[in-house]
Design a protein around this ligand. Structure first.
Ligand SMILES: [Zn+2]
Length: 216
């Protein structure tokens, strides 16, 4: 089973590891910092050995990486794994901005239902089943989110069940939420959050979430 270093150390950008299995261009490795799409957070970009990773996917608890043709790797080989940190850090900031916005929406609108979420490099979005215009909530959500960011609170990330690889994040009194994504250490890293409303269909509301360009 691949050891997921992206949980222990989500700030690691490069590791040395070992190839475990090779099946054409699909490989598995001993340890990984390379996140594979889950919980709406997109996969990382990067390289293993001299090859670009074309796809990272979860298969149960395992992560399979598809490399370019001609990677030349075989089981047992030592390899360097590198991720595109600029992309990952934006994904982490947008992911956590979305976590805070979602939690605030739940705290204010008890009966709302989340029906989807996605975190890409340019923006995050959360979809809800809700018959009113969600942007009415934006002033209060934006202010409370800003307070949390400015307080630069510590974000704890840990296992609730290590065997099942179930994880959560927690901020003091604010919330404890199950999530297997990669999380920031401090809320201040998010920076300024901007919200936009979309109406993707009758009875549906979408919040798009942006963080400003500055990097940490
Ligand atoms: Zn999360």
């Amino acid at each position: 089973m691949t050891r997921k270093v992206f949980w222990e150390d989500p700030y690691s950008t490069q590791i040395e590891t070992r190839v475990i299995s090779v099946n054409d261009n699909d490989i598995t490795v001993e340890e990984t910092i390379f996140y594979a799409l889950a919980g709406g957070q997109e996969s990382d970009h990067g390289t293993i050995g001299n090859s670009r990773v074309l796809q990272a996917r979860k298969e149960g608890k395992e992560i399979v990486y598809t490399l370019e043709n001609g990677h030349g790797l075989k089981p047992g080989d030592r390899v360097r794994m590198t991720i595109d940190w600029e992309r990952r850090y934006r994904l982490m900031r947008l992911h956590f901005a979305a976590e805070i916005v979602l939690e605030l929406v739940y705290q204010h609108l008890r009966s709302i239902k989340k029906i989807g979420a996605h975190v890409a490099q340019d923006k995050a979005r959360i979809d809800f089943e809700w018959s009113e215009n969600i942007s009415k909530m934006f002033p209060v959500i934006q202010e409370e989110a800003r307070n949390i960011v400015e307080a630069n609170q510590e974000i704890v990330s840990a296992f609730s069940d290590a065997g099942a690889e179930e994880r959560y994040w927690e901020i003091g009194e604010f919330a404890r939420v199950p999530c297997g994504g990669t999380h920031l250490r401090k809320t201040g890293e998010i920076g300024e959050i901007e919200l936009k409303r979309k109406n993707p269909g009758k009875g549906k509301e979408r919040i798009e979430i942006f963080v400003c360009e500055h990097s940490g």
